[in-house]
Design a binder for this molecule. Structure first.
Ligand code: FAD
Length: 286
């Protein structure tokens, strides 16, 4: 099924993201975790794409397992900045052959050494190409706090509009911990005529040092209320997990109460965390 049809139904949905293994020896355990999350019957599941594309086969294989064995609509991520056109076409061909209808089209981060393949500069170019390639539903990334490379949010929103005009059907946000940032962003993009569905990316934080690193890299702000949780529970893994799940649940309930129906949870391949969030929302997302 195409995700644009799922998100267009006008009711709250929850979906989960997993990431593929880096090595063959972890493949089965990652696949097992992904299939366990699939048993929660999310609206769809996304599978990220390893930077550089070296593990692209795992992305395709896990997405395919989710569809065939998990019975869940799958969304395969695809990045372009470190890829040749030939590689992109090869991955798209495989996705098509496996019946995967949804692709999240990304530029990818510029590698630390600055070396990129020269076929693509921006995600909008990839989106245009996927449109031409075949009948995919296409998603893209967006950044409620602005992309790290972008000095001005207005420029970033203008570039987001270019992605929508290039043919993307929905967008998924970078994680955020303050819902007001998302509400402000939604107001600004709607004002600019961007009307595609926006899936809100929610990260249940269960590990203090990991989140500090991710936020430094992505430019995501940690509100004082959230920092207090990290300070108080960060050194007690069980307490941090409970607090992180409660915070994410509260964020999601507030989003749905305010009309943001598409919730995308960064599961970090943790079935137990996904299950607890799902359970907390059992009567809110039917
Ligand atoms: P783009 O939309 O191309 O934007 C990149 C930067 O260029 C922005 O600052 C933008 O404002 C600017 N820009 C865009 N167009 C123009 C233009 N015409 N002229 C000048 N500037 C322009 N990374 C992975 O490696 N694998 C993944 O699976 C993955 N999944 C992700 C999922 C989500 C939901 C999100 C939010 C991010 C994900 N990322 C992933 C990270 C992403 O690859 C990085 O954030 C990357 O730096 C930007 O990708 P993009 O597709 O948003 O790029």
């Amino acid at each position: 099924m195409k995700i644009r049809d799922i998100l267009g139904q006008g009711r709250p949905t929850i979906s989960f993201e997993v990431f593929p293994p880096k090595t063959a020896e972890n493949y089965e355990s990652v696949k097992a975790a992904a299939l366990e999350i699939a048993r929660l019957k999310p609206a769809f599941m996304s599978v990220t794409y390893g930077a550089g594309g070296g593990t692209s086969q795992y992305t395709v294989d896990i997405a395919s397992a989710l569809k065939e064995q998990g019975g869940v609509t799958a969304l395969a991520h695809l990045t372009c900045v470190s890829s040749t056109r030939e590689k992109v076409h090869q991955v798209l061909g495989e996705l098509k052959a496996r019946g995967i209808e949804n692709v999240l089209a990304l530029r990818g981060d510029i590698p630390a050494d600055g070396r990129v393949a020269e076929d693509y500069r921006y995600a909008s170019e990839l989106i245009r190409e996927i449109r031409e390639f075949g009948d995919f539903c296409i998603g893209a990334a967006c950044y409620p706090e602005g992309h790290v490379e972008s000095d001005r949010k207005t420029d970033d929103i203008r570039h987001l509009k270019e992605k929508v005009e290039a043919g993307c059907d929905f967008v998924t946000t970078q994680m955020f911990f303050d819902n007001n940032i998302l509400y402000n962003f939604l107001y600004r993009i709607r004002e600019q005529g961007i009307s595609v569905p926006v899936a809100a990316g929610i990260m249940p934080v269960t590990n203090k040092s990991q989140i500090k690193r991710i936020c430094q890299m992505s430019g995501t702000e940690l509100p004082a209320r959230f920092k207090a949780l990290l300070d108080r529970f960060g050194d007690d893994p069980a307490a941090m997990k409970q607090a992180g799940i409660a915070y994410a649940t509260e964020q999601i309930i507030d989003l749905i109460a305010n009309g943001v129906d598409a919730i995308h949870v960064y599961s970090m391949n943790k079935p137990e965390v996904a299950a607890r969030i799902r359970e907390n929302l059992s009567d809110i997302i039917k």
